[in-house]
Ligand binder design. Sequence first.
Ligand code: SF4
Length: 384
Amino acid sequence: MNTAPTVQGWCPGALRPMTSGDGLVVRVRPRSARLTRKQALGLCILAKHHGIGLLDLTNRANLQIRGVSEQALEPLQQGLAEVGLLDETPEQEQRRNFLVAPDWTPGGDTDQIARGLLERLHDLPELPAKVGFAIDAGVAPILSDDSADFRIERGTSGRLLLRADGRPYGMPLESVDAAVSALVRLAHWFADSGGNESRRMRHHQMPLPGWFTASETAAPARAPLKPGSHMLGLIAGLPFGQIEAEALLQVLKASPAKGLRLTPWRCLLLEGVNSLPALPGREFPAFLTEPDDPLLRVQACAGAPRCSQATVATRSLAARLAPRVKGTLHVSGCAKGCACPSATETCLTGRDGQYDLAFQAQAGDPPQRSALTEAEVLKFFGDA
Ligand code: SF4
């Protein structure tokens, strides 16, 4: 039995996929966090034909097609190109590391800045793989807790603001064009001042350049979007941040959805949709439409048998425990803890076919109870 987790060192793309326990992971980065209806339908069909039919929604609002074989990669990439979801080069794909506030409106500041930055992609310097841009110019920031290094957001005065992640003050900007230019300029300063060695902006201790007149803080943040009705449509949560391509396909076909907005919070926004059709016969729901659904508090990786490093099942147990466990819960197939890198109130870690139970802990932390069977875990939480 394999119990020693293997650490993978980089992020996958559509042109540079990563190997996982269930095959290649092909990550698609939709522009402006949106798929048109045609793109969404095409992506579902491609995931079914060329992968194992599962899509992950990442914390950078990208979609990953799981379980792609080496032979299927080329036809999959061709299919992605046909629906406008493939970059020309891996470098272009890498540079397009933008997190966009998903409730943007056409022609609004977020939309214009995202488009403007796309046009200036070739002007950006080479940056470390995880360095990214948050384009968050709605009425107030909504991406403040999400990973990014350069942030365009709304300042307390109502003006646009460029802020280096980790610094409290940003530079006010008078226009969307000025915002794009300043973003590109600050990215060059980061690269030229040794930022690539620091890896992330918040770790980069160099004083900001003289032209960067930081004088204003960001406006108070808005809460992230949650399942339920929205002025743009319906927000649906995805249990464990994953959806079966077939389930999404069924919903798209049965609804008037004009497009899909992707969020970094395990939710999709189906544009122009009021309700979802029933999808019966599942172990747990495909979509969560109540903002307080207990499954929203639960993290679980793919586990056994999908991941070769797992020795236990994860999601079926997590779904049963969700209503019985108070606070956050993480069920991890092994000590690597892919689904959640931080501590949760309750954490179960698979080891040699059994579970270690810990509280206020990350996967692999010293347990309070060890080597529990699934039945013992269920009994502990009152689900005998
Ligand atoms: S945490 Fe889960 S998905 Fe990650 S390697 Fe371990 S078993 Fe696999």
